[in-house]
Write a protein that binds this ligand. Sequence first.
Ligand code: HEM
Length: 619
Amino acid sequence: MPIIDIHNHFFPRSWPDLAERYGTPDWPWIKHTEPGKAEIRVGHRFFRNIYCACWDPEVRLQEMDRDGVEMQVLSTTPVLFAYERPVEHALDCAQMFNDAALELCAQGEGRLKSLCQVPLQDIDASCKELSRCMRAGHLGVQIGNHVGEKNLDDPGIVTFLHHCADVGAAVLVHPWDMLGQTRMPKYMMPWTVGMPAETQLGIVAMILGAAFDKLPPNLRICFAHGGGSFAFLLGRLENAWQHHPVARGICELAPRAYLNRFFVDSAVFDKRALQFLVETMGAERVMLGSDYPFPLGEHGIGNLIRSSRLTSRAKEQLLGENALQFLGITRSKEVGDTGAAKPATPNVPPGGQLSYSSYLQVPALLELQHPQSSPQHHDELLFIIVHQTYELWFKELLHDLDAVVENLRGAGAIPDSRDEVYEAARLLRRCTEITRVLVEQFTILETMLPTHFLAFRGKLEPASGFQSEQFRELEFLCGLKDEKMLRYHRPTPEAYAQLERRLREPSLHDVFFEALRAMGKLHVDGTATERERFDARARAVLSLYRDEHSNRDWIDVCERLTEFDELVVSWRLRHIQLVERVIGTRMGTGGSAGSSYLKLTLDKKFFPELWEARTLLTE
Ligand code: HEM
């Protein structure tokens, strides 16, 4: 079982002068005092001594080896959260440190992963930054246990946590900005007294404020430092809940019933406290967290768990098994079985330069083909590579179409601006070119004789194109949303959550017509039927074409969208031809009727109004 430390911190070796960058005082900065040592200062105030394990992956990996730790999941330090600052500064700061975290992890031989930070004072900005970070390789997010006066049951924060569940992000809640500081000016009491109380407050607010009732059960959330004083005082909380209606809050169940909704880490520094924590929370809810490499962290990471009187099974759970679940990763996928982890990010030697191979991760890429036939059938490699190539292009299409959606949204917000419309058309052109290649690519697979495919087809069941998450995402993103198709993704909760999110979000179709509405081209009465709405949309497109001189850029977007629609239908048709050429009219491995089912999809169009407008033009 891997040993995974989910709570530890980093600081980059250096970063820009934030006070100068944002024109406001009292930002954290780093002062290198001697080789390998530094101070963090906040404005003129001393904050903390740190050493090179914060920024030097080589030192960190050596110390992980020393302590037998296979993987660490790094977070920034709450002093960088900037929740009280203007959102644009907090976002910029978050992006800077989030990217720095990935750079550090890239040098961690696949053994370093990261949680990002977000400007939690602004929920939209936080959701966007989290999504960006998840795409870039973070495993989740570290948040503070409150934002000013707002606790974790604040509706905005609950919305953000919902988004975390949707995108499969693990959430680590870290106490910060401690209460009662004027009464705790000395002896590090904000850390030893304030932090445990803050964490307890975070958990209690989520329980009593019904946040857990509102959030989906697939949210993976963990509270640092053993959940602060929560476990020890749970009896008191339950007692109040049972006997004082006013103490009940608005939750549906008694507090103890929510223990299976969150994790805590093991940073309690006392064997009896750990034993009690495990007895209260359950061995499946506590994970190794060290607070390394800070002075208050565990020296000899994992020793508290190893030397405790927990059963060996419980130790396994605490040291790594629970973390795999919390982080939403599998051992085989993220952590090597031999103890040496597989590189997941460019493997650049410290101080060295990127090479073609490390940048593109060629060795990892070439490791990803695993034919199932035995003895291996010659053509199975082709079958795998063609599918993988499609999936890579699907990824690029999603990336570009997401940007098109943003551009059209921008165009709707400022109807006179032309830049976004131009950019949308430019990116759509790329999408059509990619799709053209995807239509063509089937011919390569047609060099495989049907008999050769049948020789290994039996090994594929029940895997099927129905399970291509990205293909379905593309359909949902463009506007063809069919909730029924989610059922093929039930076995993979992250894919399921991602598709559910796509179902909820405005599609390309939605933002395109919203922009036309904002421009005054589309008028729909609130009482209109679905058919009347469709006609209104088609007529809005018609009005663009009828005044070509004024609408050239929008007509360009329409043409690109039409071409994309056309090419996706071509893809469907070529796929059917391939299917018939290889398996005739047999059933698919996904259980459908095969080509006769696929033929029904030929009528699917993302933008039927663009086609209808052509009929109207001839009126
Ligand atoms: C020998 C080659 C192939 C055969 C025999 C084949 C067969 C099938 C069949 C029968 C289906 C219907 C679902 C089912 O019952 O499984 C299907 C769906 C699908 N296939 Fe393929 N396929 C092949 C190659 C490909 C390739 C190269 C791709 C590229 C990504 C692909 C992507 C898909 C997708 C996305 C679906 C779902 C389509 C939808 O729901 O509209 N297939 N395939």
